[in-house]
Ligand binder design. Sequence first.
Ligand SMILES: [Zn+2]
Length: 440
Amino acid sequence: MDAHWHLFCGALRCHPAPVDDDAFETIAKKITDGFQKALAEGPLDGLYLDLHGAMVTPNHHDAEGELLRRLRAIAPEPFPIVCSLDLHANVSGTMVEQASLIDAYRTYPHVDMAETGARTMNRLVAMITSGTRPKKLFRPIPFLVTLDAQCTLTEPMRGIAAAGRALENEDGVDCVAQCFGFPLADIEDAGPSLLLYGPGEKTLTNVADRLEATWIEKEQAFGRQLPSAGEAVRQAMIGCEEPGPVVIADTQDNPGGGGTGDTTGMIHALLEAHATGAVVVHIADPEAAEAAHCAGTGGKIDTSLGGKQEPAFGPPVPGPFTVQALGSGSFIGIGPMYRGNRIELGPVALLEREGIRIIVAPRKMQASEPALLHHLGLDPAEIPVLVVKSSVHFRGAYQDMASRIIPAIAPGPVTARLDHLSYRHAKRRIAGARKENINA
Ligand SMILES: [Zn+2]
């Protein structure tokens, strides 16, 4: 599944949180040792890797590039090494150089993981069968795009994704992959990029020029401002004729992008607005979840909720809370991302205070899965205001069900305001001209 949990680069925060170098070395060694063993036992026709593409370690800002470099040292060209990446990959020149071909998800929310794997494996098989290697073209896009603006279901990214798919059918082009980048990793290669492969060198350049022009043309559309938590709740409570919940995305506490999953800004805003019936999915708070299970359904707990990981993002919500429902936290995903996979959150509870309902769990998880609500007896379609800790992945399950979707800014670490960050290594400007030059 999505793998941002292991790559959040904390260079922009007070607590650096890149992947530990020891962890990287241990895992990289397992992969390189396994590869060497397979080659020795051979014959081996090629290697396919399913990587994320935005991993950072203190020693390796381009960790996937380093892994590919080590693998390529074991099996020099023309041995085919292909990999598929997450759409949020910060692709480097090293990665492109070392791999015979790189493809990536085409969707955010990532609902095409299986298709991407199959497509990439088919490309490897074609290389092995034909004995040929495609020409490569790597084109970084000169600006960073915030996560909430990268959704391929909404403009401008919907048009950019469609343009890439259309150009893939041109003669001389076999593959047009677009990575949107992970802008919270403060590294030299942070940002979107185009990766094109095919037999026709001139055609690749021509197609890359056209696709890059589409990005540049749409750059200003990435710069929209999002409402505050209070404003988003106010908008959500305005009557709506259409059925389905108004979904507010608490994008700055997206656990998939490095959020703590326990910020409370949205809950405070809901309480202040008396948004009776609203549901928050979910607060990661092991103490509160345990207290709820001790109290039992119908019981009351006086535990304060959330706001414990990073006090700078707002205080806990004081009790008491009523325990409305309990669950084991073990359930099968029904949304388009988890597709039948089992999810284990640990013992979960539905708490209520002043008509606001809050799901709590011992662990954080991006709110992309309506099965968690069903697990606690809730029908998301019947909820008036649904707050989700997610930037975009929630849309996979809720885009069609929601009457409206309001991405909002409550205090949290996954900032939607890239211009508020002091980048030290990232080189590109920020899309939308919130600030002309990020290094200025
Ligand atoms: Zn991703």
